[in-house]
Design a protein around this ligand. Structure first.
Ligand SMILES: [Zn+2]
Length: 164
């Protein structure tokens, strides 16, 4: 591996730069753990989901001012992804519908479909899970899945329906 070369700058400059990146990475990690709200940057609260749903479906991480939340793996404190506000929650429903069309129609197995999507979005596989996606990634995922289904569908119908 070759190391990136930097222009000549005082060491202090790189110290500050490094600290800043270290902070950003730590903060990003907390966002993906549901501990920090990606919208306001404040700590989320670990509360019962009846706060938002009116009845309990288990625990959630919640940022009340942003109306952003996410669920946890059953019986754990491990978040399913990052906190999502109303806009992102709606987008994620659309991603699920577009993504499910790929593997439920047997175009691909589900695990392969996740790998395909990660490649397509150029993100690490662990971030290609829908719970981890940002608004931008959701939009790109919907477009990629729709395009795939459209293309495969077109090929399939060309094979079965004779051209008129
Ligand atoms: Zn917030």
């Amino acid at each position: 591996m070759c190391k990136p070369t930097f222009p000549k700058k005082p060491a202090f400059f790189y110290f500050v730069l490094h600290k800043k990146f270290a902070f950003m990475e730590a903060n990003e990690l907390l966002i993906y753990q549901g501990k920090v709200c990606p919208y306001c940057g404040k700590a989320s609260k670990f509360v019962d989901s009846k706060v938002v749903y009116g009845r309990s479906y288990g625990m959630i991480y919640l940022c009340q001012p942003c109306n952003a939340y996410c669920g946890v793996h059953k019986g754990t404190t491990k978040a399913l992804g990052r906190l999502a506000n109303k806009e992102l929650r709606d987008l994620k429903i659309q991603v699920h519908a577009a993504f499910d069309a790929i593997w439920k129609n047997n175009h691909m197995r589900r695990t392969d479909a996740y790998k395909w999507l990660a490649d397509k979005l150029e993100v690490e596989a662990r971030f290609s899970h829908i719970g981890m996606m940002s608004e931008e990634l959701c939009s790109r995922a919907i477009a990629a899945c729709n395009e795939y289904v459209h293309t495969v569908g077109a090929i399939a119908s060309n094979l079965t329906v004779p051209a008129t």
